[in-house]
Design a protein around this ligand. Sequence first.
Ligand SMILES: [Zn+2]
Length: 235
Amino acid sequence: MNITKNKGMKLLAVFAHPDDESFICGGTLAKYASEGVEITLVSATRGDMGRRMGNPPYLNRETMAAARELELREACEHLGVKRLIFFDIRDKTVEFVEEESLIARIAALIEEVQPDVVLTFHEVLGGHPDHCAIGKATTAAFQRTGRQGALYFISFGDAMTRPERFGFAPQDIVRIDVQAHLKAKLAAFRAHRCQTEIDEWVWLPDREALAKLGRYEYFMKWDRGATARSNDDLF
Ligand SMILES: [Zn+2]
């Protein structure tokens, strides 16, 4: 593949919490960053209501937001994400934010960044109320701006190896090979120290830990059935 193909392209990822970017699609972000794609990441919250406090615990409710921000900044360095934006919404409350103002905020960001690719959560399959809420607002914002770029929904693990279970067809799925970028993904996992310290596998020797990470990350196309785009590349 021509690795300069995507140079200068822009990707906007709009997620809910510090760690969504690394745990769910860190390999894909690292891959495109390495190809010269300019990535802007939104974390709607600072993850301040997280229940993991480190192992042994070293955080409390007051110190958590600042710690998780620092961890996310470090993860972004490992992934090659250059621009990080917090919306400063309280963790676990995204669904209660006035929707119109959230949509307008994301739409303004889309107009500013002019992304070729937008990533967010599916509004039903997001798996957490904050995920679903930010995904719904981002989808509405994308529609409103009428941008030419492509919107994709991120998915968990290898759930989308059987997309029909979720109402998608095989041609609606993009599968990204992230094998060459798993080291960056693992480093990003480890940067989210308070979240991963109780996960023993993350701290195994590199070779063993890397073997726990899947080779592929999967995305659902917002414009279902789009045949113009390939099934192994987001751009
Ligand atoms: Zn999350």
